[in-house]
Structures are given as structure tokens and as C-alpha cells.
Ligand binder design. Structure first.
Ligand SMILES: [Zn+2]
Length: 325
């Protein structure tokens, strides 16, 4: 059973917000594609796991663990009474060869060695177990959910550490057997993990405000050319209509990831949306969708939701003014 939701990674949300408001540099575009591709691989993995079933195990998805004062990210952690397995999900495509421990795509050397990443992640879990003086198995696999990926290696031991798409179903099936249980030991491991979860400490974007286009944009086609109605904005390019509140939720979510950990005030948000809506509408939305922190004469707002998608799921914005996309 999945313990937590899988959400889009912070970096992907940053690049989505950035690309909506400015032209990305080549390097930014490359990173955007990498994060998007990685996330799509994780969704493929979840879907395949769902299709096989995972009632007999506990699965943490995309968590950051602080173990002995260093933070490591895990794509998927599978817990049962037998122990814990880290799955590093790699949405690789095409031909990959491992020679002398180095990864190559054609003759191009891939900088990150996936095996050393996995070894480090598994090593940190062992540290966690040892410092708790506990006794359970710790293991790890690289999982490649994309069926266009092929792998060649001169070292047979590599194959023990990886699961290709053709073997994923069998791999997941082994967790869906009557002998696999989540009794006291699994609950203990789960508690160790949940006590170690921290926020993503690596995310610290330094967005240059001056390169951003301010304003509200269409959720369907991205155009900033919108016509104002009383409660709605209609796109002049694709005629999609979204209510003011939807636009404000999108703007607040963009603001969160572009200026992470920087305080959001009403004036910041007004500037960010280029005064496209009346300041009273902004105040109402801020009070409804943010935590309010009054600091002397300054009031700072923190978005209540993880991101725009989460906000749409949790808020009642659709109930009153329906969007038409
Ligand atoms: Zn549009």
C-alpha cells in the first residue's frame, strides 16, 4: 500500500512555472526535460505496481530522509517484515552500456553512475538500521520502467542490481505473495523511516525576477492575452475560460516555487500578476488559501497547498464558478 502521494518534484514545478513566464536557457531546458522525464518514469512505476497490487507491503514514495545529518532522496522504499528495499527509478531510454563501472550512451559518458547512487542510498539505510541497533534486511535495485531501454554490461554482477521493464511485473509479483506481511517488524521500520523524513533541503532556487513576464496566463495554452469578465478570465487565443480564483491559485503556486522560502505579501502577489485582478479579490484569495502571519505592519502569506493541482483537489473553487477548458 502506498503510504504517501507522489507529487511533482519541486524542481519540475519550478521549471514549469519558469517556462510559463520566460524563455528557458538551453541548460534550463535540458534540466526541465530531465525532471519531467524522471517524474514520468516514477508514474509508470506506480501504475505498474498498482496493476500488480501492493496490499502486502508499505511503500514510501519520493521522500527525503535525514540520516546521520545528511539528506538523501528516495524514489520508492518498499517495507515488509523481511526488511526494506530502495528502488531507484531510472526512466532511461535507448541503448546503455556499462564498461569498467562507467555508463555510456553510445560513446557518450553519462556523468552520474547509477550504481554508486544506489549504493550510497542503501548504505544510508544501513546506517539508519545500525544506529537504531535494529536487525532487518536492507537492499536496493535500480528499476528501469521504460521498455525502450536496453542494457549491456561486461560485469554480470550488475544484473543483480537492476530490474528492466521486461522483468518488472515478476519483480512486483514477489511482493504480492501470502508470505509477505506487514507485522510488527514492518511497522517498526516504517516508524524509523517516517521519523527521518525531512523537507527537500536541496531546493533553493535563485529566480531573477527581471526576466519573468508578470500577469495571469491561460491554463490551457499559456497565453497572457486574457479578457476580464466579472468572475472569469477568457483566453483570447483558445477561448478557454477559468475563474479568477483558479488563476490566483496558479499564480500563488508559481510564486511558491519560483521564490521558494521567500515571504509572499499581498503587494508581491499583485505585482506578480501585474495587477490583473482587483486587490480585494487578491486579499480574499490570500485569506482563504494561505496561512496568515502578521509581522508588525507586514502580513506574510504561505500557500496552504503543495501546488496548483493539490489546491484544485482540496479547495472548493470548482463548486461555485466552473472553469471551461
Ligand atoms: Zn488559451
Amino acid at each position: 500500500m502506498f503510504i504517501n502521494e507522489r507529487t511533482k518534484p519541486h524542481d519540475l514545478l519550478l521549471y514549469e512555472a519558469l517556462s510559463a513566464r520566460t524563455a528557458l536557457t538551453k541548460e534550463e531546458f535540458r534540466k526541465f526535460k530531465t525532471y519531467k522525464n524522471g517524474y514520468e518514469g516514477e508514474l509508470m512505476y506506480d501504475e505498474l505496481f498498482d496493476s500488480i497490487g501492493h496490499d502486502n507491503i508499505l511503500i514510501y514514495r519520493d521522500v527525503f530522509l535525514n540520516i546521520d545529518n545528511s539528506v538523501t532522496q528516495y524514489d520508492s522504499l518498499i517495507i515488509s517484515d523481511k526488511g526494506i528495499i530502495s528502488n531507484e527509478i531510472k526512466n532511461f531510454t535507448g541503448n546503455c552500456t556499462v564498461r569498467n563501472g562507467n555508463w555510456f550512451r553510445g560513446n557518450y559518458l553519462i556523468p552520474n553512475n547509477a550504481f554508486s547512487q544506489l549504493n550510497r542510498a542503501v548504505g544510508k539505510l544501513m546506517e539508519l538500521r545500525n544506529s537504531a541497533k535494529a536487525d532487518f534486511n536492507v537492499a536496493g535495485k535500480l528499476v528501469f520502467p521504460n521498455d525502450t531501454f536496453t542494457f549491456h554490461s561486461d560485469d554480470q554482477s550488475n544484473w543483480d542490481k537492476m530490474i528492466l521493464r521486461s522483468g518488472i511485473r515478476d519483480y512486483f509479483h514477489q511482493f504480492n505473495q501470502p508470505g509477505i506481511t506487514t507485522g510488527n517488524r514492518a511497522q517498526y521500520i516504517s516508524r524509523l523511516i517516517s521519523e527521518s523524513i525531512v523537507e527537500n533541503t536541496f531546493f533553493n532556487p535563485q529566480t531573477d525576477k527581471t526576466r519573468l513576464k508578470f500577469g495571469l496566463y491561460c491554463g490551457n495554452c499559456g497565453s497572457f492575452n486574457l479578457s476580464k469578465k466579472r468572475f472569469h478570465l477568457t483566453c483570447n487565443k483558445c477561448w478557454c475560460t477559468e475563474c479568477n480564483e483558479t488563476h490566483l491559485l496558479r499564480a500563488m503556486s508559481d510564486y511558491k516555487f519560483l521564490f521558494y522560502n521567500q515571504p509572499m505579501t499581498r503587494n508581491n502577489l499583485l505585482e506578480f500578476i501585474d495587477n490583473d485582478l482587483h486587490h480585494k479579490a487578491i486579499s480574499r484569495a490570500l485569506l482563504k488559501h494561505c496561512y496568515v502571519d502578521r509581522k508588525g505592519r507586514k502580513t506574510v502569506y504561505t500557500f496552504k497547498y503543495y501546488d496548483f493541482d493539490d489546491a484544485l483537489k482540496k479547495s472548493d473553487v470548482y463548486m461555485r464558478y466552473k472553469d471551461h477548458i
